[in-house]
Design a protein around this ligand. Structure first.
Ligand code: FAD
Length: 460
């Protein structure tokens, strides 16, 4: 396949592997540009299923993700179907509540239903005559040099296709990425953190939300934490994050150990979730793993590209995995426009542009676990947050708090880290000097009072 241009895009066939959040969005964007898109998804059509197994029930959507949804005309609908969360609501061990706003007045992140979002994107994709959706098509083999893909269909038979471009959106355990690694053109690292997660539910109370609605609730307990996000059916999904060793200990200690653990660390959550639900959840479930994946490049020649979790799975603590994956789609769209759909230019440019950003986001996601489970309890951290807010008010364009840069802007992630480090250094120094001045004044006062001779040289 050689260079292509806008006019010939309609003749080109693109295979998108994976019809999750990123794959279904990318399929729509490619169809809008006139490509013939075949989307292959291993699962059945989730719109026909009663229960969909998988990861978190709800997700925090923010500015980067919204920018992508805007490109396909779905932003308004998804925002309408989501619940704004304006602040963190911290639950102390004694049950005291304190809120920490996310940004300025009117800024919020949205709690959206993962399944509803995926279904909305698939339904939108189906409206395009140049998109074909193939469910129950699991990628078995890929020959990236020949550009062939072999899928296993529902009836067990196999099907081989040879598209002009392959886009791998097949998630954290991507089969396409594995093939790219085998070809030796990619550097790759993965890290399973020693913490796992488990979901619990706060059901509605008499049809209404059982606790405050427009918040992301956090129970920070230093080594571990629980969070809760609201759902449209008036329930909350809680996610308990903690070391696997702790999950194992609870499992070994017997039937009531989960409830005892809650009595010790999250007493105010027990009446919300219910004793029975807590006991049963610990008995039925185990902690699930979380992986962080960094690799580069994201393309193989001008034939193959990976996006979303396939390229950069991250731990979920910044609520950016999907947002970052959606932003991949915006970046690809910008590059297709810039290079007139010439894959030979677009694909390497995507790798070059996106890899440093996604890797930076993986690092920020790791950092945010420490902030959420521990730093939010620290007075020093809270003081710095206040200084952050003040400096941002003073210099809104020059000084932007970290969370605002990540969540409410489209500043490139790697620049976010650079700017954050500069700002943090400045604040630490400023606070140090501010504290030094009163301390030094008190010292001088004491010396001059109790040991006036120290200052006799001044009188000479
Ligand atoms: C607990 C938790 C909470 C999270 N919270 C947030 C949040 O608040 N905000 C946020 O932005 N992100 C969040 N994330 C991250 C987010 O879930 C992912 O970043 C996002 O789902 C990535 O989308 P994706 O389409 O790249 O991959 P996926 O959603 O994993 O989709 C991949 C698709 O590919 C299909 N597939 C896989 N293999 C094959 C194959 N061989 N053949 C065909 N199809 C295949 C799968 O069936 C799936 O449908 C969270 C993640 C976790 C685990």
């Amino acid at each position: 396949m050689g260079s292509t241009d806008m006019n010939s895009s309609s003749a080109l066939n693109v295979a998108v592997v994976g019809g999750g959040l990123v794959g279904s969005l990318e399929a729509i964007l490619l169809a809008k540009r006139g490509f013939n898109v075949e989307l292959y998804e291993a699962r059945e059509d989730i719109r026909t299923l009663e229960h969909v197994s998988g990861r978190s029930i709800n997700l925090a959507l923010s500015v980067r993700g919204r920018a992508a949804l805007q490109l396909v005309g779905l932003e308004e609908q998804i925002v309408h179907d989501g619940i704004p969360m304006n602040a963190r609501l911290i639950h102390s061990l004694s049950g005291k509540l304190s809120s920490q706003p996310y940004g300025k007045e009117g800024q919020f992140i949205l709690s959206v239903d993962r399944r509803l979002l995926n279904e909305t994107l698939l339904t939108e994709a189906e409206k395009y005559p140049n998109i074909q959706l193939h469910f129950s098509h699991k990628l078995l083999q890929a020959n990236l040099d020949k550009g062939t893909l072999v899928f296993k269909k529902e009836d067990g038979s196999e099907m081989t296709v040879q598209p002009d471009l392959i886009i791998g959106c097949d998630g954290a355990y991507s089969a396409i990425r594995k093939q790219m690694i085998r070809l030796g053109r990619m550097s790759y690292s993965q890290e399973y953190i020693p913490h796992g997660y488990m979901e619990l539910c706060i059901p509605p109370k008499e049809g209404k939300f059982a606790t405050r609605i427009n918040y992301l609730h956090i129970w920070p307990r230093d080594e571990f934490m629980m969070i809760a996000l609201p759902n449209m059916d008036a329930s909350f999904t809680c996610t308990l994050f903690m070391p696997f060793a702790q999950f194992d200990q609870i499992e070994n200690e017997g039937e009531t150990a989960g409830l005892d653990f809650f009595r010790k660390y999250f007493p105010d959550a027990i009446p919300l979730i219910g004793e029975k639900e807590i006991k049963e959840t610990f008995l039925k479930n185990r902690g699930l793993p979380m992986v962080s994946i960094k690799c580069s490049h994201y393309n193989y020649k001008d034939r193959v590209l990976i996006m979303g979790d396939a390229a950069h799975a991250m731990v979920p603590f910044y609520g950016q995995g999907m947002n970052c994956g959606f932003e991949d789609c915006v970046v690809l769209e910008e590059l297709l426009e810039k290079y007139n759909n010439d894959f030979a230019k677009v694909l390497p440019a995507f790798s070059e542009h996106r890899a440093p950003d996604a890797q930076a986001m993986c690092d920020l996601a790791m950092y945010n676990y420490v902030e959420m489970r521990s730093l939010v309890n620290s007075r020093w951290f809270l003081l710095k947050k206040k200084v952050d807010k003040f400096l941002n008010w003073l210099m809104p364009k020059k000084y932007i708090p970290l969370y605002t840069m990540v969540t409410f802007s489209r500043i490139r992630y790697h620049s976010v880290i650079q700017q954050w480090k500069r700002q943090d250094k400045f604040v630490e120094k400023a606070l140090f000097y501010l504290m030094c001045v009163p301390a030094a004044s008190i010292g001088v006062f004491m010396l001059s009072y109790f040991k006036p001779s120290t200052f006799s040289w001044l009188r000479k």
